[in-house]
Design a protein. Structure first.
Length: 269
């Protein structure tokens, strides 16, 4: 419904959303299994079948976006380990391979994925939620942060390997559930009694993947981060954006994460 504009870029693919939960009957908003928990069972197999994914973690759950045209490959790849359902008129209906097998072709072996550089700025982040009925109370602050407070550092070199800080703010509203990622300094501008976080109130550090915009055709980018973190049992909050991928990890584990990713890159050379 948005009018054409020279200021807006639109990817040429339509994407579908996959959500992995431990029990298919759980209601929306349940705590999903997490990006590192599905690294071996979902992310790695899809990468091996040359399926490009976008990853979106929220405060409540995790979502995997796949191209609509890749759905037959996705179903055939995951059906051996998962019960797969689609939503029809608000109801979950089982999906079988036969439902999407028409025209299915086994994908050609993909080339070895490119290992992209990772950057770890010093910025500390918070992962938060807010009750929908309190959103109007912080609306003006959200608008200010989104559109006026931070000017993008266009002059900064995107291929710099050592960023002191990074401007990043994420707001998502999915089925009535709100999820916000902001840096710890920005959080201080909001009423503390309205923003909700985990009981531990932990802070997160970011690993940004890619020295230049990644595009949408490459596969294995999420796996590059998720697999080594899963092997080390390190939780991660993952957000794919139009240009880059971002993984948030608990602040106390950032040194181990950087070491793991560096070792992976060195071993793949």
């Amino acid at each position: 419904e948005l009018p054409p504009s020279e200021f807006m870029q639109v990817a040429d693919s339509t994407w579908l959303v996959l959500s992995v939960v431990s029990n298919g009957r759980e209601a929306p908003g349940c705590q999903a299994t997490g990006v590192t928990k599905i690294a071996r069972s979902v992310i790695a197999p899809l990468a091996e079948h040359h399926v490009s994914v976008l990853m979106l973690s929220t405060y409540q759950t995790d979502f995997i976006l796949v191209r609509e045209r890749d759905l037959p490959v996705v179903i055939h790849t995951l059906a051996g380990e998962f019960d797969i359902y689609k939503e029809e008129s608000g109801e979950c209906v089982p999906v079988t391979c036969d439902d999407v097998s028409n025209g299915f072709l086994k994908p050609k072996p993909a080339a070895s994925p490119t290992l992209h550089p990772v950057q770890s700025p010093q910025t500390r982040f918070c992962v938060l939620t807010v009750a929908p009925d309190t959103l109007p109370a912080i609306a003006t602050m959200l608008i200010d942060v989104l559109f006026y407070s931070h000017s993008p550092p266009w002059e900064a070199a995107t291929d710099s390997q050592d960023l002191d800080s990074i401007t990043f703010f994420s707001f998502s509203l999915i089925e009535g559930y709100i999820s916000i990622v902001m840096d710890a300094e920005t959080q201080k501008r909001f009423p503390s009694d309205l923003l909700l976080t985990s009981s531990t109130g932990e802070l997160w550090r970011m690993v940004r993947i890619g020295g230049q915009p990644l595009g949408f055709d490459e596969c294995g980018i999420v796996a590059q981060i998720a697999e080594p973190l899963a092997a080390a049992d390190i939780s991660a909050y993952y957000i794919s954006t139009f240009n880059f991928d971002h993984a948030l990890v608990p602040e106390e584990g950032i040194a181990e994460v950087i070491q793991l990713l560096q070792q992976r890159q060195e071993s793949s050379r």
